[in-house]
Design a protein around this ligand. Structure first.
Ligand SMILES: [Zn+2]
Length: 621
């Protein structure tokens, strides 16, 4: 895909009114040359979020987020760079230019535009039929009977595909769309005879399936005819619609999900409608029980890096199997997942209809960790009547519990649960868990530091993950304290800002830093950029590297407020990075003793750093 020209991105940045843009998320008031308000990215009572309207930048001194308009839209609306640029261009009426495209690319883009326009026209056509036609009266009655307000249905653009063979087709062709385009968009199918086509959706309630920006790509359609064998049908896979990537309602849910740092996944269209209507706007439907890897990735993106994905799937066994499969996939992707328990035989829509919104809110609050969900399932399915059945259940539960951090409240809770159900003394379960076969370290995820976990010893750096730069910056920026890698990132960012703020001594320190001083690749790029553009960090940014841009902007802005950085701050910052660098080298040396400097050498270097730190502290206090 061709990129937008740097000039048009610049024009876009200039056209955006930052105070207006940010003002849609938080109230701002003017203080001197800045605008300040409560941070939309973290909870706070006193404002530490500030906007510089002239430079088009924002920064939060509380949680460290910062950047330009594009970064702001990416963060608050969970969009990627291109999507955020397009959304802003639409809002502020800026014409974007693309870098030169091949004829083939141009043709592909033109065709996609045509098909999207056809799908948009079709959505409006179905909507009109639902609300205005006599033939859809029973569909309106049915939807009202299910408890859906007109407002909800209109928000989701629910429609009615009329009876008859070719109503949509005839109208669309009159508007200049070809049969080939109708076939390609999945709206028509060929007649058996081979010539001409018929409408794909007839006499059904249709649910438009839109992308994150609300562009309709396909439809799901429900019949009201009890004799019709296929209750639901949907658009077949085609060049723009891929069911496995689709989340119904994502365009409505994403802003709320980014803000709440959670997204709720339900099975069906009506479940999503019901939860939205009940005020749980961060809900999407996966449209079936087979949650795909693509959908899981989309869910994780919608919830944000530190967010939680809630699965509220049916309590039947296929729904339960789906949750276990999703749990496995989530573990591989490092997504936090919680399982919402639903009563047998009732889906979320029925639950809301019968017991009101509180019923579902309560169940979300009581959602289980994946481990607890799995343990409860083992206990529920165990043959508790026989000693063998109980032994088997204990063995299965023990392996699951062994995955939780030792001496944690979570583990105690699970031990209690198993002991109660199997009618065993707690100690017995504790011993069993201790004897569980250990998975090799490579298979284990780094555990978040939990209450009972013993901290790393002096000289032992403990586990650390390298941030891959994808998806995570939002999280690391939003919650510097969370996760083992985040604190390191935050220290690196602050040190870079202090260097920028300190003039020549800061430049000296910057030049002393090497790639090994940074825990993530994107910060290495930031560092290289700052060395090259020390006097004007916002110059010469690579447009394609949007992470670089937003990090540099945030660092440059926070440097403005760090003019009183003392020499000792700089020194301490440098030593902190130096210590982390040595810690990483120690970890590598343990892994591969042949590769680098000897452990004894590294240990000596580390002690020296500690002594230097003590000396700085002594001078300061
Ligand atoms: Zn903040």
């Amino acid at each position: 895909m061709a990129r937008y020209t740097q000039a048009s991105i610049e024009r876009l940045r200039e056209a955006v009114d930052m105070v207006d843009l940010v003002g849609t998320r938080t109230d701002l008031r003017r203080v001197g040359s800045r605008w300040v308000g409560l941070c939309p990215f973290h909870d706070e009572r006193t404002p530490s979020f500030s906007v510089e309207a002239d430079r088009g930048l924002y920064h939060c001194f509380g949680c460290g987020v910062g950047g330009d308009a594009i970064a702001f839209v990416r963060e608050t609306e969970a969009l990627d760079f291109a999507e955020a640029v397009e959304a802003l261009a639409e809002r502020y009426r800026v014409e974007l230019e693309r870098e030169s495209e091949s004829a083939e690319e141009q043709e592909r883009r033109r065709r996609r535009g045509r098909l999207l326009a056809l799908l948009e026209r079709t959505t409006a056509f179905y909507e009109r039929y639902l609300w205005d036609s006599q033939e859809a009266a029973h569909a309106r009655d049915y939807l009202a009977g299910r408890g859906f307000a007109e407002e909800t249905l209109r928000a989701f653009r629910v429609g009615w595909a009329p009876a008859g063979w070719d109503r949509l087709l005839t109208g669309a062709r009159r508007d200049g769309f070809s049969l080939e385009e109708l076939l390609a968009a999945g709206l028509a199918q060929r007649r058996r005879s081979g010539d001409g086509g018929v409408d794909r959706f007839r006499e059904r309630i249709v649910f438009p399936l839109a992308d994150a920006r609300g562009r309709v790509l396909g439809f799901g359609a429900r019949t009201l005819d009890p004799d019709e064998p296929a209750k639901y049908i949907n658009t077949a896979e085609n060049e723009i619609f891929h069911k496995g990537r689709q989340l119904f309602g994502i365009d409505k849910a994403r802003v709320a999900a980014a803000k709440a740092a959670r997204v709720v996944a339900v099975e069906g269209y009506t479940d999503a409608l019901a939860l939205h209507q009940a005020g749980i706007v961060e809900t999407v439907a996966i449209m079936g029980t087979a949650l795909t890897d693509h959908q899981l990735a989309e869910l994780a993106r919608a919830a944000g890096g530190e967010g939680v994905v809630y699965l509220a799937l049916d309590a039947d066994s296929s729904g339960q199997q789906a949750m276990l499969r999703a749990a496995k996939a989530a573990e591989d992707r490092d997504v936090e997942l919680r399982v919402v328990q639903l009563p047998d035989g009732r889906d979320p829509a029925e639950l809301v209809a019968d017991d009101g919104a509180e019923a579902i809110v309560g169940r979300l609050d009581g959602a289980l960790s994946v481990v607890e969900f799995a343990v409860r399932r083992v206990l529920a399915e165990a043959a508790l009547g026989t000693p063998e059945g109980r032994d088997r259940a204990l063995a299965q539960a023990r392996d699951l519990i062994a995955e939780t951090p030792a001496r944690s409240a979570r583990r105690d809770h699970l031990v209690q649960l198993v002991a109660d159900r199997l009618d065993l003394p707690d100690d017995y379960v504790v011993t069993a868990v201790a004897q569980a076969p250990r998975r090799p370290p490579a298979e284990r995820r780094p555990q978040p530091a939990a209450g009972g976990d013993p901290g790393p010893d002096w000289g032992d750096p403990g586990p650390e993950r390298e941030w891959d730069g994808r998806g995570a910056p939002a999280a690391s920026e939003r919650a510097p304290a969370a996760g083992p890698g985040a604190a390191a990132l935050e220290a690196e960012r602050i040190f870079l800002a202090n260097c920028l703020a300190s003039g020549p001594p800061g430049r000296d320190y910057l030049e002393r830093l090497t790639d090994d001083h940074f825990s993530a690749d994107v910060l290495r790029r930031v560092h290289a950029h700052l060395v090259a553009h020390f006097d004007d960090p916002l110059e010469g940014l690579d447009q394609g590297d949007d992470q670089l841009g937003s990090l540099v902007a945030g660092i440059a802005l926070s440097a403005e407020d760090r003019r009183d950085t003392r020499a000792s701050d700089l020194q301490m910052g440098f030593l902190t990075l130096e210590q982390r660098r040595i810690d990483r080298a120690i970890r590598h040396a343990r892994h591969d003793p042949e590769a680098g400097p000897a452990l004894s050498e590294l240990a000596a270097a580390r002690q020296q750093v500690r002594r230097d730190m003590d000396a700085v502290m002594g001078e300061v206090s």
